[in-house]
Design a protein around this ligand. Structure first.
Ligand SMILES: Cc1cc2nc3c(=O)[nH]c(=O)nc-3n(C[C@H](O)[C@H](O)[C@H](O)COP(=O)(O)O)c2cc1C
Length: 186
């Protein structure tokens, strides 16, 4: 068992340990305009219906586009487009057309008008089902109504943000602990 020596740590920085779910790209469409933002603050909330909570700053151009259109696509990028992912997160759709600027392909969805990003490993079409926490927390609760996932590679090299400009690329995959699960917990 590890035996760690600990020190006080600023509470506002605990995100550096909790955050590393995959960084996603949120694409949106409103009144003919499309946009993309980078997002790390998301959380799975329910299996069925498939609910995902997302924090989208009201300072972002995407905020009003998604609040008004009540839909978006959550796209999962991989390491090979990490530079683009950071650039998307450091620019605004107020100033540029991010699909054109970063050479990304907007593919049509089947359930929402927001475009899928073809260069991403997976695309989840989402509808805004609960806006009750938007005003207080900028938190949008989406239902994933359609999912498109690449057939290969089996385990994508996803990008995980650790704060302060540091990233982690998903590494070793193991089924070593699978036998310890109760079937209903898998
Ligand atoms: C790694 C990374 C993670 C980010 N996570 C979030 C997030 O969870 N929520 C958010 O509102 N903005 C987040 N941002 C910032 C937005 O991506 C950024 O403000 C974006 O450019 C907004 O674009 P828009 O004005 O076109 O909507 C993140 C940026 C980066 C680089």
């Amino acid at each position: 068992m590890p035996n760690y020596t600990k020190k006080d740590f600023p509470t506002h920085n605990v995100r550096r340990f909790l955050e590393p779910g995959p960084i996603v790209l949120v694409s949106s469409e409103h009144k003919g305009e499309t946009n993309i933002m980078t997002m790390g603050w998301h959380m799975v909330m329910e299996f069925q219906p498939s609910l995902v909570g997302c924090i989208i700053s009201s300072a972002n151009h995407s905020f009003e586009m998604i609040r008004k259109s009540r839909q978006c696509v959550i796209n999962i990028p991989t390491e090979d487009i990490a530079t683009t992912v950071v650039k998307i997160g450091n620019s605004s759709g107020r100033d540029i057309d991010k699909f054109a600027e970063f050479g990304l392909t907007a593919a049509p969805g089947t359930h929402v008008r927001a475009p899928l990003i073809a260069e991403c490993y997976a695309n989840f079409e989402c509808r805004l089902v609960d806006a009750s926490q938007v005003k207080k927390y900028n938190m949008f609760i989406f239902e994933v109504v359609k999912a498109h996932v690449a057939t290969a590679p089996k385990v994508p090299k996803t990008i995980h943000y650790r704060g302060d400009g540091e990233f982690m690329i998903s590494g070793a995959n193991t089924s070593r602990y699978r036998r310890l699960f109760r079937p209903e917990m898998l």
